[in-house]
Design a protein around this ligand. Structure first.
Ligand code: HEC
Ligand code: HEC
Length: 260
């Protein structure tokens, strides 16, 4: 009773469901019912942008910047896993539920938890990378925000140090003012061949999230498929927090500023 439109790449074993150990995500045989439900959710909510083939070429795509993601390469920007690795289901869930600020990727709050799980299963069916264990890795572990972050006086010293580190490590792409207009910015493309400008890091809302920990995560994981690599090996933990303190200090307000 397989439907005639079922893509030929589905393995014959797809009806088997194996248990995966808790916390360690790895290739799992496709749950066919969830896949079919996911296709339904995708066709109603995602297809206009991500396209019927999941290649990011939906009806609305030509007008959108950044372009909707192609799911066929299995490369995702916003993850808790190391550079080059697949995201966890929770990473995808965060993107689908929370959207990506400043892009056409909206917040899908109206979908049930089951529908979100189903559409994740469907999204995964577009790329073979999900079938290979070597593309999976445990989440990066991130330290908590340092206590000095909450102390105005102490933080100021870190802001000054962070500004210097930013000029050396980030300004080529993100610009001296962190407005995304560094000398290297115009030439940058992503692996999908589209212009991929460095983010304006002063924006009140970033796609990766707004908290210091969200910035730290991007510095650890990088954004797959773009020029934004991981700084795990190049900056110490203390240096990364200094840069984050600097970025938080130049963030533009999102609404009216109250009081001094
Ligand atoms: C109106 C257009 C639009 C619709 C509808 C839409 N998306 Fe997106 N989506 C985007 C764009 C644009 C991006 C790329 C944003 C970027 O690169 O920063 C994106 C990116 C993504 C990503 C990649 C995130 C990453 O880490 O790289 C996922 C996953 C995703 N969308 C899932 C979905 C799902 C599932 C649906 C339907 C429930 C959906 N999208 C509906 C426009 C859309
Ligand atoms: C080689 C160029 C390059 C360098 C160097 C670089 N970035 Fe990026 N960065 C990018 C690009 C390009 C993007 C956006 C990628 C995309 O979504 O297409 C980005 C995105 C980001 C984001 C995600 C913001 C969002 O929109 O959610 C953060 C945070 C960030 N960079 C911080 C930094 C910091 C801090 C440094 C220095 C330690 C740095 N970057 C160095 C190119 C660079």
């Amino acid at each position: 009773m397989l439907s005639p439109t079922m893509p030929p790449r589905l393995p014959a074993l797809c009806l088997l469901i194996l248990a995966t150990p808790l916390g360690a995500e790895e290739p799992a045989p496709l749950d066919f019912n969830l896949y079919m439900q996911g296709r339904y959710v995708f066709e109603r909510n995602c297809i206009v942008c991500h396209g019927p083939r999941g290649d990011g070429n939906g009806e609305l795509s030509p007008t959108l910047k950044p372009r909707p993601r192609s799911f066929r390469e299995g490369m995702f920007k916003f993850r808790t896993t190391p550079l080059g690795m697949l995201p966890t289901d929770d990473d995808l869930r965060r993107t689908i539920r929370g959207g990506l600020s400043g892009t056409a990727m909206g917040m899908f709050t109206q979908l049930s938890d089951e529908e979100v799980s189903a559409v994740i299963t469907y999204v995964k069916s577009f790329s073979r990378r999900w079938r290979k264990a070597e593309n999976y890795a445990p989440q990066v572990t991130l330290p908590p925000t340092p206590a000095w972050f909450k102390e105005d006086g102490a933080r100021q010293t870190h802001v000054v140090a962070g500004a210097k580190l930013f000029a050396v490590n980030c300004a080529t792409c993100h610009g001296d003012k962190a407005d995304g207009k560094g000398p290297a910015a115009v030439a940058l493309k992503d692996i999908w061949g589209h212009p991929a400008a460095p983010s304006d890091l002063r924006q009140p809302h970033l796609r990766c999230g707004d908290a210091p920990g969200d910035l730290l995560r991007v510095l650890a994981t990088g954004l797959n498929g773009t020029a934004m690599v991981s700084f795990d090996q190049t900056l110490t933990e203390a240096q990364r927090w200094d840069i984050i303190a600097f970025l938080m200090s130049i963030r533009l307000p999102s609404g009216p500023v109250l009081g001094g």
